[in-house]
Design a protein around this ligand. Structure first.
Ligand code: MZP
Length: 511
């Protein structure tokens, strides 16, 4: 006979946190939101941490390079989707890594005999206003000079003049020598009041550029998630079909973490994939597995070294119809609590800590807070990010309101990419597990996430917690009745339009 679990399958909306002692010295801004994304071995530090507990879903309508850049700047991590060809996914990873951060390769260069016309056209195409002049016009040629949009007047100078007549010649260029640190480069920029510092090797060839605006930008984003070379961090999804070719290319492109994208990760296919990756790359790669919804699934994926982190969730995603289509899944809160409990007992038994990611179904800021209080180390969201300016889909006006398309990875639309891939052996889709929808456009990722994280910090102060691990340990939650939900609302008073209404329509409730 089948096993019937006691109790019902619960969702985040059914729980509420109880306040605990707030200390006088606590401030929301001082709360530490950093969290591990890699397994933590006994008495060791995690190999990889993120600065805010939020990652973006590996979905076509969510995680392109623009969103991943924006999220990494806020301290989170974007997972570039794998429902595309390996080369295009690797290119997206590369775009995030190349975005900026200290030393950048110059992609806008010219030669001394080109005209001002040519330079203006080049500046228009790339949007850059500082152009190195090299002997061969490449970003690694011998530096002859620098030309910027301040070196000529479009309506006064003859635009047929050669670049050599307007550029700052190399004899007057302030440059740094290869090998100096970013701090030293920024000091030179400061001392000489320059906006751009070319870095040259011993032969006078250009190796990179350092910009003052990047330094200022970095100061405005203190939680920015950077790797050892000061490049933004990015994650990439993989699947169980082509990981042997896909994963090495993504790692080569600079991906900081990989994660299997699957609604059901409790499979021999995924276990084989994890084992293969560990054999090939050892602990040099951070691997996420899942999704699972039970302690049994957790045990299977962490066995013998296994994964670094585990995603929990099946059927809760806003665009997901797996439960209706296949009768399988679990309420997100119940799934998370079961896996977290096992993670904690596994930690007691082995001393190994496996971070848990609550994936999908988070309908508002409150539920993000509850998921983290229940023991998730970080959350993965799709709809939340699909609604931002930075998601990769076009804005569409419907009845005067701006929307963005948002579709599941289990839709025909998402899976259609395989038709164009070379490997035609992939299976035919018999039924869909996701829907194709629209979500309201709510603004920039930085603004929306800024509000969410401030609310999270503020709740953590209510509980008396200075860090997410304290929050998990100190949180006390209670189940709520339907009547207490009514009590929590404002249905007994008449409200004019307020900021609260604005917030509710902007991030809103699921459905
Ligand atoms: P949400 O944040 O929009 O509620 O859910 C996003 C999550 O839904 C993803 O991270 C993924 O786990 C899941 N997902 C993506 N596509 C589908 C589908 O087509 C799906 N069924 O369930």
């Amino acid at each position: 006979m089948a096993t019937i679990l006691e109790g019902v399958s619960r969702t985040f909306a059914e729980y509420l946190l109880l306040p605990r002692l707030t200390r006088k010295d606590q401030r929301p801004e001082q709360v530490d939101l950093s969290t591990p994304l890699s397994a933590v071995e006994p008495n060791q530090l995690p190999r990889f941490k993120i600065n805010t507990p939020v990652v973006s879903a590996a979905m076509q309508s969510v995680s392109g390079s623009k969103l991943a850049i924006s999220l990494a700047r806020q301290g989170g991590l974007g997972f570039i989707y794998c429902s595309q060809e390996i080369e295009t996914q690797a290119e997206m990873v590369h775009q995030v890594k190349a975005h900026k951060a200290g030393f950048v390769s110059s992609d806008t260069n010219t030669t001394a005999n080109k005209t001002l016309h040519d330079v203006i056209e080049l500046m228009r195409q790339t949007g850059h206003s500082t152009v190195p002049v090299t002997d061969d016009g490449s970003g690694h040629g011998k530096l002859i000079g620098l030309i910027t949009d301040q070196d000529f007047w479009v309506h006064e100078d003859d635009l047929d003049n050669p670049v050599s007549r307007h550029m700052t010649p190399i004899s007057d260029v302030i440059y740094g020598e290869e090998g100096l640190t970013l701090r030293e480069a920024n000091r030179l920029l400061h001392k000489h009041k320059k906006k751009c510092l070319p870095i040259l090797n011993g032969e006078g060839h250009l190796t990179s550029l350092v910009f003052k605006k990047d330094y200022e930008d970095h100061m405005r984003h203190p939680l920015e998630l950077l790797d050892e070379s000061k490049r933004l961090c990015v994650g990439a999804a993989i699947n169980t079909h082509d990981y042997k070719t896909r994963a090495p290319v993504l790692i080569e492109a600079g991906a900081d973490a990989l994660c299997f994208d699957s609604s059901d990760g409790f499979t021999e296919f995924q276990k084989e994939g994890i084992d293969w990756l560990r054999k090939e790359f050892g602990n040099g790669v951070v691997i996420g597995g899942g999704n699972v919804v039970s302690a049994e699934g957790f045990d299977y994926l962490v066995e013998e070294g296994g994964v670094d982190f585990i995603k929990v969730g099946m059927g809760g995603g806003s665009i997901c119809i797996t439960r209706e289509q296949k009768g399988i899944g679990r309420g997100q809160a119940s799934a998370l609590l079961d896996v977290v409990q096992r993670r904690d007992s596994y930690f007691e038994e082995t001393g190994r800590y496996i971070p848990i990611c609550s994936d999908g179904g988070l309908a508002n800021d409150t539920q993000i807070v509850v998921a983290l209080a229940m023991g998730a180390d970080f959350v993965m969201m799709g709809r939340y990010f699909a609604m931002t300016e930075e998601s990769p889909t076009p804005k569409t006006s419907i009845n005067g309101q701006m929307y963005k398309p948002y579709w599941g990875e289990g839709t025909r639309r998402a899976q259609n990419w395989q038709r164009y891939a070379e490997d035609m052996s992939t299976r035919e889709m018999v039924f869909e597990e996701g829907v194709d929808a629209y979500v309201p456009l709510v603004g920039s990722l930085a603004d929306v996430l800024g509000t969410t994280l401030y609310k999270l910090r503020s709740t953590m102060v209510n509980i008396g917690s200075d860090s997410l691990s304290e929050f998990r340990d100190q949180a006390t939650l209670t189940l709520v009745s339907e009547q207490s939900v009514v009590e929590a609302g404002t249905s007994t008073v008449f409200q004019f339009t307020t900021n609260r209404d604005f917030e509710e329509t902007s991030w809103g409730d699921k459905g």
